[in-house]
Each structure stands twice: as structure tokens, then as C-alpha cells.
Write a protein of this length. Structure first.
Length: 355
């Protein structure tokens, strides 16, 4: 199968974006990539949404100098095994839009972007956002591209939250959602947010949250990232090609160090708050027009697999058409992309049935 190449990161801009909290962003920017060609005669658009600290670089390799903020030039996208010519999300058939979430640090409006009113980063003053705000902003992007409907919204982890929110906020706009390594409600709330904020604030460069001109807090971010990658299954992923435990640890630490030079601590807080408040279980009735392919990993340490059967039963009782898949994997929270081959045929067949 051919790979996608010469991908360009783009920016969508809107003015005076009103948030669920009542506050407004004077300027809304969303970074995004597209793959494939939009059909003018039939709906063939698929929206891809990412996990907590990931980016909009979901597939292919970027054109030289056209990668988005925090995207390594020439690196394949995180869902590249699933998106591309002849792959499960076949870009010969579908027009794929991959968007960076509002509040993220990879090019969309977030704490590390400039507040036009102060001419400096928003930092700790960036407003509270919700999953609904993320999805509302994405709808503006989709509309701007002339897309009248979506075949599906696809995403892992926080991307799964966004896909559920899309189905609840815009019932009938998409035929299906494909949430993976996720749940219809958040696994944690205020306690996790407080612990994260306390840890970030322990960095000697914190400076009341204004660390941008104070050397940054890369050391603390690196520690957090290393622990997260270990917990999410990166060690198990590398074990297949790297048998030496010390070599794996060194590789994961290098990954964490590179990420910490790019990402923003306040984005972690803003997105964690949005995640902690997510719960779509009371809105199942709105999802009746949307088919669901729900993919889980039994080895996931973040989302308890024991809760999934109850979620599925509740959705089915509410009249939702759910296809539930458990992956035989040891890749933990990273399973839906690290072990993409295990469910790529299922995803491809699911999308084709929608047509």
C-alpha cells in the first residue's frame, strides 16, 4: 500500500468564539491536516480526533517545512497504520480531516498561543473549556470546508470522548462514531486535576504559571511524560523490536525529553479539566441515529475494561447500534494504534457498510 506524502499542516481561523462558560476567545485557531479528496457529489468525509496530548498529525508524512507545531518533519502520523490509500480508512475513498483540539499545544488556540489583547501567551489565563467547546469549534472547521455530513468521527482516548460528544451534539450529522481505548464518561475528575496542577507548580521555574520567559518547566514535563508512556504501554510496544530493557528505557526517556521541549503544562491542565467533566451517559437517546464501533483494550490501565460491558448494554438498551470489539493485546492504552492490524479489517468493513 502506498503512503501519504507531502502533507501540510493548515490553520482554520474564526472570530469571537463563544465558550460554554460564557467567555469568548477573540480569535479561534485550529490546526488541521487533510488526506484524500472530498467528493462534491456524495458524502465521503471522515473526521479524526486525537488523544489527550497528541496532535493532528494522524497519517502520512509532512511536506518539508509544512509540519505543524510539535510535529517532527518526516515522522508518520500516529494513526498511519489505519489511514491512507488501501488502508482501513482508505483515502482513495474517503476525505479525512484530522484536527488539533482546542486547548492543545500543537497549533490550535491554547495556553501557549498569543492572547491578542495582551500580546503575550495566555498561560494560566486561558479560559476553561469543555468537550462540547472542542466539538463546536470543530464543527466550524468542518462547515468551512464545505462538508455537509460526515461518514464517521474516529478517535482514541480523549478523541473517543470527542466522538461521543459529536454524536450527542450533532445527531444525524455523522453516520457513525469509532471511539477506541475510551469510555462514554471520564475515569477521573477533580482529584487528578489537582494532583497534576500541584506537580507542575512544584517546578522551580513555575513562576506563578508564567514560566514562558523563565526557562520553562521541561524537566517536570519530561518526568510526567516518561511515567505516562510507561503506564500507557510504550515499553511493551518497544519490546517487540528492542529486547534490552535499558535500551527501551533510554528510548522512552528520549521520546519524553523531545515532547517536553514542545508541549505546554497549562494545556495539560486545560484539557484534563475538560476530560474530567465529560459524561455522555445521560444523552444516549441522542445517539440513536449514530452507529458505534467501540474498540477496547483489556490491558488498558486508564480505562477499566470491566466497565465496558455495562456501557455497551446501556447503549443498546437506549436503542444505539453498537459493535463492541476487545483487542487481544498487551499494548495497554496505546493498543488501538500500536496494534492497529488487529482491528483494521473490522474498521474497514464497518466504514464500507455505512456507504
Amino acid at each position: 500500500m502506498a503512503d501519504l506524502t507531502n502533507i501540510e499542516s493548515k490553520i482554520f481561523t474564526a472570530r469571537e468564539f463563544r465558550l460554554e462558560s460564557g467567555q469568548s476567545l477573540p480569535v479561534l485557531e485550529l490546526a488541521y491536516e487533510t488526506y484524500g479528496t472530498r467528493s462534491l457529489t456524495e458524502g465521503n468525509s471522515v473526521l479524526v480526533v486525537h488523544g489527550y496530548t497528541s496532535s493532528h498529525h494522524a497519517a502520512g508524512k509532512n511536506a518539508k517545512g509544512k509540519q505543524g507545531r510539535g510535529v517532527t518533519e518526516g515522522a508518520p502520523g500516529w494513526f498511519d497504520a489505519l489511514i491512507g490509500p488501501g488502508k482501513a480508512v482508505d483515502t482513495n475513498r474517503y476525505f479525512v480531516i484530522s484536527v488539533n483540539a482546542l486547548g492543545s499545544a500543537h497549533g490550535s488556540s491554547g495556553p501557549n498561543t498569543i492572547d491578542p489583547r495582551t500580546k503575550k501567551p495566555y498561560g494560566p489565563t486561558f479560559p476553561v473549556i469543555s468537550m462540547r467547546d472542542m466539538v463546536t469549534s470543530q464543527k466550524l472547521l468542518v462547515d468551512s470546508l464545505g462538508v455537509k455530513s460526515l461518514v464517521a468521527v474516529v478517535g482514541p482516548s480523549m478523541g473517543g470522548f470527542q466522538s461521543f460528544q459529536w454524536a450527542a451534539a450533532y445527531p444525524g450529522f455523522m453516520k457513525a462514531i469509532v471511539p477506541s481505548v475510551t469510555a462514554p464518561r471520564s475515569p477521573g475528575g477533580l482529584d487528578r486535576l489537582e494532583a497534576l496542577h500541584k506537580r507542575l507548580a512544584s517546578d522551580p521555574n513555575w513562576n506563578g504559571g508564567w514560566y514562558y520567559d523563565n526557562g520553562g518547566i521541561a524537566r517536570t514535563l519530561e518526568e510526567i511524560r516518561f511515567e505516562t508512556l510507561m503506564a500507557y504501554g510504550q515499553n511493551e510496544i518497544l519490546a517487540e523490536t528492542m529486547p534490552d530493557p535499558k535500551a527501551r528505557e533510554a528510548a522512552i526517556r528520549a521520546n519524553a525529553q523531545a515532547w517536553a521541549q514542545i508541549y505546554d503544562g497549562h494545556s495539560m491542565v486545560v484539557l484534563r479539566r475538560a476530560i474530567g467533566g465529560f459524561d455522555i451517559t445521560a444523552d444516549y437517546a441522542k445517539l440513536r441515529t449514530t452507529k458505534v464501533l467501540y474498540v477496547q483494550s483489556p490491558s488498558d490501565k486508564l480505562f477499566d475494561i470491566a466497565l465496558s460491558p455495562e456501557y455497551v448494554s446501556d447503549m443498546r438498551r437506549a436503542g444505539i447500534d453498537v459493535t463492541y470489539v476487545e483487542l487481544p493485546t498487551n499494548k495497554g492504552h496505546m493498543a488501538s494504534h500500536a496494534d492497529a492490524a488487529l482491528w483494521a479489517p473490522i474498521l474497514g468493513a464497518f466504514l464500507k457498510r455505512l456507504s
